[in-house]
Ligand binder design. Sequence first.
Ligand code: HEC
Length: 143
Amino acid sequence: MKTVIFALIALGVATMAFAHGGVKNPAVLARMENMKAISDQMKGLAAMAKEERPFDAAQIVRSLEQISADAARIPALFQAPETDPKSEALPAIWQEFDRFENLSADLSVAVTEVGAPENLTDLRSAVQQIGVTCKACHDPFRD
Ligand code: HEC
């Protein structure tokens, strides 16, 4: 369990170093910023799960609502096969867009299913359940 949380944080931090720098295509920038927003909320939740931040049930609900709203935007933001030298999106997205959309829906479903975690145990399992769906899409579709 802890391994998953640490892996998520490592992923987020590694990404921040090069995120957005020099992206010229506004459509690519928009989809990256949406991902970044999702990842910022996940990092907040992971920090609480690791007890680096005080547990805050109301903030957790706000973060989950934000992730849910951003997740709903993923298919539309990725629909057009936009490219940019800085993009990590793989061409497979547009060869298998149905699969991409389904994986996006999996994230939305996971966020709904975790409900409103009221203790650390529930929060940790929520972070893990949601994190699995990030990886499920990044593995086939992100370089
Ligand atoms: C349906 C597929 C899909 C799901 C689900 C998904 N991602 Fe992504 N994500 C991508 C793709 C594709 C890119 C690469 C976009 C690009 O570079 O054009 C990406 C990029 C990112 C980036 C880099 C953004 C940047 O600034 O370049 C982060 C951070 C990220 N995702 C975090 C997450 C987290 C956290 C989750 C789960 C809560 C998640 N993603 C769920 C497909 C997905």
